[in-house]
Design a protein around this ligand. Structure first.
Ligand code: ADP
Length: 521
């Protein structure tokens, strides 16, 4: 006859069951179950064994027994059947082991009670309570214990499922977070719920600033002409006829750098066909778009800038070669001079184009030698003088100007481009001054003119490839917008800097530095 009065207290049992249901953390839940079972049955030792995926059992929680002594009870979980055929759970003969365990616990242990936790007909684990006395249970006691075990089984199963879901969620989060592509998860109203690390890197917007806001506010994609893609062509709002949920556009990173992003959207639907969330995969396609733009620019430059000198050359050559005309010496010389000049322009343009593409591909190799910059400047100016009657030139270097280590050909190109621009963009003539000085560990070379000048907001942009100030003079002046890009790339490859000081209508001064460092050959 089972004497523990607590067992009869249904209220107490309900309380325990309530506490168990609220607990989703498996270790805490097992501890609670075990403590309650031991207390209900006035036991000394408790043990919970759980079943693994492969069907074998292992001890998962213990009460009243030191961890090192658990192995003494090992027959309790060895070779257990997977299916529950009977509620009278088989308990192996433990007499010898119980003596050892009694010694470990310090009190005699006589009776082992097994409460199998069963879901369907599968045993998911067993609660063992071991106690000092060996009384029998009444039928109602047994029923109560079985109810307790059934309830424990359900809560353990729930906690395990919850743990699995949590692990799965953590795994998915890790995959999303570490994905090389940007991933954002949106609510049906386009509120951002997840914003992964790749997106933080692409946009500079931290996750805590993006989550909770609408994606069209955070990304605000625009076409190259500045039209908002998010507001006029979001595929989640205006479903495209081909059904392809794709959007592409430019946005500004937090640091102001422009990035081109391409988004692919995958909506997820519930059973009724309503969108529950949208997974958006975001890629940085800036390099692709820049390359495309470069290609288009290149085509338009080639068609415009290269065609003009070619048609002049062809026109002059055709005229001079006419059989029916008898050109005097002067006309011939003039015609040939024009042809030579146009061919030189072509050559320069082709050089610039080739060097620009080499620079883009990172393939421009510098040949460093010691260069006497003042004499190189003199040479370039000498050549330029022949091209203009409206300008005067001055070259101004201190007599002790030191030799610099640089690539002679590239430096000649840099000076040619700067002086050429000074001539081109001061059509009314004026003084073009090339000067040099030493400042600390570098030399500074400046080319100044008294020409049209450059608006302040254009002064950074003009160093980008193919960019030209939009003015009537520029439109009339041949040029591909590559000269300053080359100047900047070459100077920077030498470890120097380049900048412009300019006032609209007053003239411009382009300056660059070269470091005075000893380079190993
Ligand atoms: P290009 O002269 O072939 O157009 P550059 O890269 O050399 O290309 O120059 C880019 C733009 O910068 C020019 O189109 C012009 O608008 C402006 N620019 C360059 N140099 C000067 C200058 N000395 N004075 C005024 N504007 C200049």
């Amino acid at each position: 006859m089972f004497s523990d009065y607590r067992l009869r207290q249904r209220d107490y049992l309900l309380q325990i069951i309530h506490a168990m249901t609220a607990q989703l953390d498996l270790p805490s839940l097992l501890k609670l179950i075990l403590q309650s079972a031991v207390e209900m049955l006035s036991g000394q030792v408790g043990l919970i064994v759980l079943r693994r995926e492969d069907g074998s059992f292992y001890p998962r929680a213990s009460y009243g027994l030191a961890i090192q002594a658990i192995h003494l009870l090992e027959p309790l979980w060895r070779d257990l059947p997977r299916h529950a055929t009977s509620r009278n759970w088989h308990i192996p003969d433990l007499s010898f082991r119980l003596d050892l365990a009694s010694a470990a616990v310090g009190v005699p242990l006589r009776q082992v009670i097994a409460l199998p936790m069963v879901i369907g007909d599968e045993v998911i684990g067993i609660i063992y309570v071991i106690r000092s006395f060996g009384a029998d249970f009444t039928l109602s006691d047994r029923q109560l214990l079985a109810d307790f075990a059934d309830q424990a089984a359900i809560t353990v199963q729930n906690a395990r499922l919850y743990q699995q879901v949590e692990e799965e969620r953590a795994r998915l989060n890790a995959i999303i977070e570490n994905s090389g592509d940007g991933v954002m998860i949106l609510d049906p109203d386009r509120t951002i719920r997840i914003w992964n690390r790749a997106l933080v890197n692409m946009t500079g917007v931290p996750a805590e600033d993006a989550i909770g806001r609408h994606c069209y506010e955070v990304l605000d994609l625009k076409t190259r002409d500045g039209v908002s893609v998010c507001h006029t062509a979001c595929p989640l709002v205006h479903l495209p006829p081909d059904g392809r949920l794709y959007a592409e556009g430019d946005t500004r990173r937090i640091d102001g750098v422009k990035v081109s992003l391409a988004d692919n959207y995958s909506p997820q639907y519930d059973r009724e066909g309503n969108i529950v969330q949208v997974i958006a995969n975001v890629r940085d396609v800036s390099r692709l778009r820049d390359a495309e733009e470069m290609k288009n620019m290149l085509l338009s430059v080639i068609s415009h800038e290269l065609k003009t000198p070619v048609s002049v050359i062809k026109g002059y050559a055709g005229t001079l070669a006419r059989q029916d005309a008898n050109w005097d010496r002067e006309t011939l010389t003039e015609g040939l001079r024009v042809i030579e000049e146009e061919a030189d322009k072509l050559n320069e343009l082709i050089d610039n184009l080739l060097n620009a593409s080499r620079l883009q591909a990172g393939g421009l190799k510098l040949q460093f030698t010691y260069i006497d910059l003042p004499s190189l400047v003199e040479k370039v100016v000498q050549k330029m003088r022949a091209q203009t009657q409206h300008h005067t030139f001055s070259v101004d270097f201190p007599p002790d100007f030191p030799p610099v280590q640089a690539d002679y050909e590239r430096m000649r190109e840099v000076l040619t481009n700067l002086i050429n621009n000074a001539i081109k963009y001061s059509p009314a003539g004026g003084l073009i001054r090339v000067s040099g000085s030493v400042r600390g560990h570098e030399v500074v070379v400046s080319v100044s003119d008294e020409g049209v000048g450059i608006p302040e907001n254009e002064q950074d942009r003009i160093f980008e490839p193919f960019s030209r100030v939009d003015s009537s003079l520029t439109r009339q002046t041949p040029g591909a917008g590559l000269g300053l890009f080359l100047v900047k790339s070459v100077v920077e490859a030498h470890g120097g800097r380049v900048w412009v000081d300019s006032q609209l209508g007053r003239g411009s001064t382009f300056s660059f530095t070269l470091p005075l460092v000893e380079r190993r050959p």
